[in-house]
Design a protein around this ligand. Structure first.
Ligand code: FAD
Length: 310
């Protein structure tokens, strides 16, 4: 069995594996796709000490770093079930889709998340060419330009307020007839001079010139008319879905499906820790996930030295 088995090979999982293996304990890392969301990212400019890199390069360096250590890397493997240890300090079992079973004295869950997409024509085609899901990451790329934010929940309204300070103009588009964000955020948004709010609007297409976004079309749901906006960017903020479906019923999840963790990365199951975008951590960023991965691995190590091997 492993001492620490990490499930997920993104920034959180890779960092957890590095921290665990540096304690000289048996460490394994299991990933459906080593690198995680970073593989879908173009420029990364907010990881301190690395002024500029690109997603695939960052992912390759993450993997190289893990390979410096004696870590058992199991790539292209998907976990499908977790069974808590039968007794305190016993072995946790992780079952894979392939049917294989892995046992470990502790587990770090770092399965990340995925952005909910609008699923309209042009969205995939112009991804990273004007269509983006992360205002903290990509806001500065649209300095002085016109953008739309899709979604009037807290994340959409926060994104619109944030972007209004960076870009020339923001149009917030909400499907419903009202915004769902907290009142205080809505008040702030409405006070900004360079923001328009359109409600009852169904985005139907992202428009582009073949190389970048030029606008979008939406249907006004009150009149059924189709309208077009000229834009340089579209920030989609209609939800982040944690990859935790397989944990329902075993580990405590928040109403949004995020794994509930404490400040040591502990979950509701003894010996099971979690880190990164799959958890209740408030900000979903590479550097935040990497830090949480370190915390969870050290939390797991702490657990190991307090329980004897079965
Ligand atoms: P992830 O990166 O999502 O990794 C999860 C890992 O778990 C993957 O290896 C996945 O294959 C694996 N996995 C999932 N389910 C299972 C399972 N059942 N069994 C086994 N393995 C599983 N952040 C920034 O800080 N700066 C940026 O510039 C930036 N740009 C971004 C651009 C895009 C397009 C996207 C999508 C995100 C961006 N982010 C950026 C956010 C950043 O990528 C995430 O916050 C970060 O990758 C989260 O790391 P993580 O390790 O928690 O999860």
């Amino acid at each position: 069995p492993f001492d620490v088995l990490v499930v997920g090979g993104g920034p959180a999982g890779a960092t957890a594996a590095i921290y665990a293996s540096r304690k000289g304990i048996r460490t394994g890392v299991l990933a459906e796709r080593f690198g995680g969301q970073v593989l879908d990212t173009m420029a990364i400019e907010n990881f301190s000490s690395v002024p500029y890199t690109e997603g695939p390069k960052f992912a390759a360096e993450l993997e190289n770093h893990v390979r410096q250590y004696d870590v058992d890397i199991m790539n292209v493997q998907k976990a499908s079930k977790l069974t808590p240890a039968p007794t305190e300090g016993g072995l946790v079992e992780v079952e894979l889709e392939s049917g294989a079973r892995l046992l470990s004295r502790s587990v770090v869950l770092a399965t990340g998340a995925r952005w909910r997409a609008m699923n309209v024509p042009g969205e995939q085609e112009y991804r990273n060419k004007g269509v983006t899901y992360c205002p903290h990451c990509d806001g500065p790329l649209f300095k002085g330009k016109r953008v739309a934010v899709i979604g009037g929940g807290n994340s959409g309204v926060e994104a619109a307020i944030d972007l209004a300070g960076v870009v020339a103009h923001v149009t917030l588009i909400e499907f419903d007839s009202v915004l769902r964000a907290d009142e205080v955020l809505q008040r702030k948004l409405r006070s900004l001079p360079n923001v328009d709010i359109i409600v009852s609007a169904l985005t139907t297409e992202v428009l582009g010139d073949g190389s970048k976004v030029t606008g979008l079309t939406y249907t006004d749901r009150t009149t059924d008319e189709s309208r077009t906006l000229e834009l340089d960017g579209v920030f989609v903020q209609i939800g982040l879905l944690p990859n935790t479906e397989w944990l329902t019923g075993t580990v405590e999840l928040s109403p949004r499906g995020e794994i509930v963790v404490d400040d040591h990365g502990r979950t509701s199951v003894p010996g099971v820790f979690a880190a990164g975008d799959c958890t209740t951590v408030p900000y979903k960023q590479i550097i935040v996930s990497a830090g949480a991965g370190a915390t969870a691995a050290l939390g797991a190590f702490d657990h190991l030295i307090r329980t004897s091997a079965p």
